[in-house]
Ligand binder design. Structure first.
Ligand code: C2E
Ligand code: CA
Ligand code: CA
Ligand code: CA
Length: 279
C-alpha cells in the first residue's frame, strides 16, 4: 500500500509539474509578447436591440505566438494576472483601443463607445485612475466614448474599496459596466450603491434560451433589476435569432454575440462601421 501511495503521489506530481512548466513557459513568452508585437486587439460589435443599430465594440485581446499560433485569452489572462504582467498588457490594450476609437471618430464614423476589460489586478496593483487619465489625454479620446468593464466577482470581493475607485473612474466621464453579471453573487445592497451604468448579463444565462426555463426566468429578473436601478442592460453571447427576439421582447437594451458578429480585427470592424452608415 505504501508503494502504491508513493506511485499515486508521483503521478500527480508529474502532472502538476507539467502544468507548472507550461505556465512558466507561457509567462516567459508573454513577457516578450508586447515587444515582439504578438499581441493584437480584436473588436466585437455591440448593438442596440431595438433597431439592431451598431453602437460600439468590446476590445478583446489576442495573442499570436510566432511558433505556437493563436493562444486564447482563457489560456494566458490568468497567467498575466498571477505574474502582474496584466498591468502592462492591460494598459497596452486600453491605449490601443482608445487610439482606435479616436481614429474612427476622427474619420467621421458614428462610433459611440469602446468597451475595455479591466482586470482586478490592474485595480489592485497599479494606479488605474492615473493610467486611464493619461491614456485619455494621450489619445485625445473624449471620456464618454470609453466604457470600462469590471467583473461582478471582482467588484464584490472588495465592494467597499471598489465603490470608491469606481466612483473616481466614473468622475472622469467614462462609463462603467459590470461584466459577467449573475455569476458573482452581488449583494443587492451594494448593487444599489455601485457607481455603474450597465449590467452585462453573463453568456451562461443566454446560451440555453429558449430550452432552459430557469435561465429565461433569471434573464428576465436581471433585466427588471437593472431597469429598476436605472441601468442599461446588455446581453452577452447571443447566438441565435430566437435568443435575440426573446431578449428584445423583454426590453433588454443592448446585445453582443456571434449572432451579430464575432470579434474581428480593426480593418473588418471598420467595414461594419461603413456598412451600418448606409441608409
Ligand atoms: P469576456 O470579457 O466575458 O468577453 C466575452 C467573451 O465571450 C469573448 O471571449 C468573446 O469572444 C466571447 N463571445 C462573445 N460572443 C459569443 C457568443 O455568441 N458565443 C460564444 N461562445 N462566445 C462569445 P474571448 O475573446 O476568448 O475572451 C475570453 C475572456 O478573456 C474575456 O471574457 C475576458 O474575461 C478575458 N479577456 C479578453 N481580453 C481581455 C483584456 O484585454 N483584458 C482582460 N483583463 N481580460 C480580457
Ligand atoms: Ca468583458
Ligand atoms: Ca463577459
Ligand atoms: Ca443553463
Amino acid at each position: 500500500a505504501k508503494e502504491q501511495g508513493r506511485g499515486i503521489f508521483r503521478y500527480y506530481d508529474v502532472r502538476l509539474t507539467e502544468r507548472a512548466r507550461e505556465r512558466l513557459f507561457l509567462e516567459s513568452e508573454l513577457r516578450d509578447a508586447l515587444a515582439r508585437e504578438e499581441l493584437i486587439v480584436h473588436y466585437q460589435p455591440q448593438l442596440a436591440l431595438a433597431d439592431d443599430r451598431l453602437i460600439g465594440a468590446e476590445a478583446l485581446l489576442r495573442w499570436r505566438h510566432r511558433e505556437h499560433g493563436l493562444i486564447p485569452p482563457d489560456k494566458f489572462i490568468s497567467i498575466a494576472e498571477d505574474s502582474g504582467l496584466i498591468v502592462a498588457i492591460g494598459e497596452w490594450v486600453l491605449r490601443s483601443a482608445c487610439r482606435q476609437a479616436k481614429q474612427w471618430l476622427d474619420a467621421g464614423h458614428d462610433f459611440q463607445r469602446m468597451a475595455v476589460n479591466l482586470s482586478g489586478v490592474q485595480i489592485e496593483r497599479s494606479d488605474i485612475l492615473a493610467t486611464v487619465t493619461q491614456v485619455l489625454a494621450d489619445t485625445g479620446l473624449p471620456p464618454k466614448h470609453l466604457e470600462l468593464e469590471i467583473t461582478e466577482t471582482y467588484i464584490m470581493q472588495q465592494a467597499q474599496l471598489n465603490v470608491r475607485i469606481m466612483g473616481d473612474l466614473r468622475a472622469l466621464g467614462v462609463t462603467l459596466a459590470i461584466d459577467d453579471f449573475g455569476t458573482g453573487q452581488s449583494s443587492l445592497g451594494y448593487l444599489k450603491r455601485l457607481p455603474v451604468d450597465k449590467l452585462k448579463i453573463d453568456r451562461s444565462f443566454v446560451m440555453d434560451i429558449p430550452q432552459d426555463s430557469n435561465d429565461m426566468a433569471i434573464t428576465r429578473a436581471i433585466i427588471a433589476l437593472g431597469h429598476n436601478l436605472h441601468l442599461t442592460v446588455l446581453a452577452e453571447g447571443i447566438e441565435t435569432a430566437e435568443q435575440a427576439a426573446f431578449l428584445k421582447e423583454l426590453g433588454c437594451d443592448e446585445a453582443q454575440g456571434y449572432y451579430y458578429g464575432r470579434p474581428v480585427d480593426a480593418e473588418s470592424y471598420l467595414k461594419l462601421l461603413k456598412e451600418s452608415a448606409r441608409p
